[in-house]
Write a protein that binds this ligand. Structure first.
Ligand code: NAG
Ligand code: NAG
Ligand code: NAG
Ligand code: NAG
Ligand code: NAG
Length: 400
């Protein structure tokens, strides 16, 4: 029998050490520092081209590659970081990206920072600042303003993780996930003043398996808005406020379009404070064949929220294009479980459903919402086969 010493096997610890060394050196070799491509961390010099060059180099690397942005402030114009890339790509942002101070430089683009057609993208850290104060001023003054850019958009990106990103003062939505699969967002922050228009925190649309775990969203519009074609989405540890709350919208694009629905969405362990809405499902009052189903809202705390729980199927802003119509969106299977706290208006629970397609399967379990420390009220229109269990205050409006 051969002894271990001459059996031809290399002892395990040596293999491990060699493998580790290789890993470390390959990580260093595939790191593309934007400074090497001429980016200037002074906040004034346009660094768009160097960023795009670093991206192109990383994207064509045969091995997993990192675009590295050291600490400092970089001026970036509208930029598209496009795939497909050869391998996994990481953007490590240790600094801050600022949009041009003249909002018109971005305003006619729909996107400021756009990641498109990439598989396996990691985005770590950093701050993006849309510097949009003058843009909101322009819009509020009623002058002729550009339509505005979204700050960070992931479009047709699969397998993406965004960790520790902070977005401030975006012109339009802060972070947009559109047409993506397998998205994980952790510890993201979006901040814009309460009075800024259309600055949604995170907008999700046409995407599957999106997880948001840990977010602080203080914006002028919805904290999170969920549009048509969103499936299998899980959100936890969201701090929302002031802003408008979390909204599930369906059918908000074009008139009479046949839209994809929203299915299997859960929001849990989250706090809303001082927001206009808590959890809102809003649909236009017009015909469509869309749906919202399998939705769970649980373990939510409402602090001084105007509409903690609301379904509004009669949305028709300015009565344009939809007066006297009924929403065609079928809402079914919506569970509200363990939702407590304080409403800033008397009607803490509102289910204003479509006359043509009443809401089905609304479940209330352990609801305790007060108004000025008193019993709040609830309001229902067109709810069928709803159920309750446990404490439900305000009292159930669809129970007889
Ligand atoms: C990062 O850069 C900013 C200026 O952009 C500077 O104020 C700050 O001290 C730097 N932080 C570190 C850790 O170097
Ligand atoms: C969250 O991200 C911020 C930067 O945006 C960072 O300072 C903080 O340590 C992160 N927190 C956790 C729990 O990862
Ligand atoms: C709902 O989505 C979650 C992911 O958020 C997934 O794990 C689960 O399997 C989905 N459920 C159904 C019935 O599709
Ligand atoms: C209800 O939700 C609150 C807030 O998320 C949580 O602390 C509490 O443990 C939940 N209660 C139950 C019974 O799950
Ligand atoms: C509902 O909440 C109020 C105020 O937080 C509290 O005083 C009351 O005991 C709660 N009711 C139930 C049944 O838990």
């Amino acid at each position: 029998m051969a002894s271990p010493a001459n059996s031809g096997y290399v002892p395990f610890f040596i293999v491990a050490a060699v493998a580790l060394t290789l890993l470390i050196s390959s990580a260093a070799a595939h790191r593309y520092n934007v400074l090497r491509y001429g980016a200037r961390p002074d906040g004034i010099t346009d660094s768009t081209r160097p960023f795009l060059m670093a991206w192109a180099a990383a994207c064509s690397s045969a091995n997993a590659a990192t675009v590295y942005v050291p600490n400092g402030t970089y001026l970036l114009m509208a930029a598209v970081f496009e795939g497909p890339c050869w391998s996994k790509i990481t953007v490590r942002l240790d600094g801050t990206l600022v949009a041009p101070s003249d909002y018109r430089a971005l305003g006619s683009y729909e996107h400021w920072i756009l990641f498109m057609s990439v598989n396996k993208l990691r985005f770590h850290g950093g701050t993006v600042d849309g510097q949009a104060a003058r843009f909101w001023d322009c819009r509020m003054s009623g002058r002729d303003c550009p339509s505005g850019a979204r700050s960070v958009t992931f479009y047709w990106v699969n397998d993406v993780r965004v960790i520790g990103l902070t977005s401030i003062d975006s012109q339009m939505a802060h972070i947009v996930i559109n047409g993506c699969n397998d998205v994980l967002m952790r510890n993201v922050t979006a901040i814009a003043p309460k009075w800024s228009l259309n600055t949604d925190g995170i907008h999700i649309q046409g995407s599957t398996r999106v997880t948001i775990s840990g977010a602080t969203l203080e914006t002028g519009d919805d904290c999170i808005s969920i549009g048509p074609g969103t499936r299998d989405t899980f959100m936890t540890n969201i701090n929302c406020g002031p802003g408008h709350g979390i909204r599930y919208v369906s059918a908000y694009h074009c008139w009479n379009m046949i839209e994809d629905g929203v299915k299997n969405v859960t929001l849990t362990n989250s706090v809303f404070s001082g927001s206009e809405n808590g959890v809102r499902i809003k649909t236009w009052a017009r015909s469509t064949t869309s749906f919202v189903k399998m939705v769970i809202f649980e373990n939510l705390i409402m602090e001084n929220v105007m509409n903690p729980i609301i379904i509004d199927q009669n949305y028709c802003p300015y009565y344009e294009g939809c007066p006297n119509q009924n929403s065609g969106v079928r809402i079914s299977g919506v569970t509200y479980r363990n939702v407590t706290g304080e409403s800033a208006t008397r009607d803490a629970v509102v289910f204003d459903c479509s006359k043509s397609y009443p809401c089905r399967g609304i479940r209330l379990q352990g609801i305790n919402l007060t108004y000025q420390s008193m019993v709040a009220s609830s309001f229902c229109n067109n709810v069928v086969d709803g159920t309750t269990s446990g404490v439900v205050t305000p009292k159930c409006c669809f129970c007889f």
